[in-house]
Ligand binder design. Structure first.
Ligand code: BTN
Length: 272
């Protein structure tokens, strides 16, 4: 069976992944999904809402802040979920990155039994090391989201990491001690995402997901260093708001709201 068949037989969703497109190699699954979304909109075709674009490897995998996402062949999951004309206001779309982070952490815990948590806003971490990256992108027209892409890269069976990543990255296989099915990982993520997304749509925010998210938030109750453009300070992470900002208590006792994208949050003594 190929990737799409292997994923479909495991998938228990109504919408997410009902269509699966797979290429052994692609520049970036997000770039590929952008192209397909644009042609679908031009053709008035809504059938690919909820489609998944996945690849065996990426030659130009994209990370946040314009970074490259290292995407070797066959070991990991590289997939982009397409939401076509979603009922989401553009200003709420970035919260979907947290919804996907939560879904990946839940899927990882199902696979590993326990141990996966979230480093705010959306790094999924096991044993203090990152297993996943998420890149959410959106096309807006006339103040409406034409489509949203949620690109997810999970280190599934990767065993060797480049020197600069060795202290920061791990894989499901390294943590479980045996190989993990890439398709099973994708199916679990999509199932958790579908449930979490339904909850998100009720309020267009994280109101109904906050408890689950905070239950997995590794920063909670820990000291963090907030790195802003023009300075840094220490605080204790308290949780998140209903729209996904980190709540952090600074040394004066003031609770500050930290917006992702503007700052970097580090643990005081470790990555988390
Ligand atoms: C990050 O910088 O942490 C985000 C990395 C996102 C990588 C995934 S892999 C699948 C999808 N396609 C891409 O080009 N990027 C995302």
């Amino acid at each position: 069976m190929n990737f799409a068949e292997n994923l479909l037989v495991r998938l228990n969703t109504k919408k997410m992944g009902k269509e699966i497109f797979f290429k052994p190699q692609v520049d970036s699954t997000n770039t590929w999904a952008h192209e397909r979304a644009k042609s679908a909109l031009a053709a008035g075709d809504s059938s690919i809402d909820g489609a998944v674009f996945a690849a065996g490897c990426q030659t130009a995998g994209r990370g946040r802040f314009g970074r490259l996402w290292d995407s070797p062949q066959g070991e990991n999951l590289y997939m982009t979920l397409l939401l076509l004309r979603p009922e989401i206001l553009p200003q709420n779309a970035s919260q979907l990155t947290l919804v996907m982070g939560l879904s990946v952490a839940q899927a990882a815990n199902r696979i590993l039994g326990k141990g996966a948590g979230i480093k705010w806003p959306n790094d999924v971490v096991v044993s203090g090391k990152k297993i996943c990256g998420i890149l959410t992108e959106m096309q807006v027209r006339n103040d409406a989201a034409e489509y949203i892409l949620i690109g997810t890269g999970v280190n599934v069976n990767r065993q060797q990491f480049p020197r600069e990543l060795q202290d920061k990255a791990t894989s499901l296989m390294q943590q479980r001690g045996q190989a993990v099915s890439i398709e099973e990982t994708a199916a679990l993520i999509l199932e958790f995402f579908e449930k979490n997304y339904e909850e998100f749509l009720k309020t267009q925010n994280l109101f109904g997901l906050r408890e689950a998210y905070e239950g997995l938030l590794l920063n909670k109750g820990r000291q963090v260093r907030i790195l802003e453009k023009d300075g840094e300070y220490e605080a204790v992470a308290k949780g998140i708001t209903e729209t996904g900002e980190l709540l952090a208590e600074d040394k004066t006792g003031e609770i500050r709201k930290i917006f992702s994208g503007e700052v970097s949050v580090r643990g005081l003594y470790s990555y988390v």
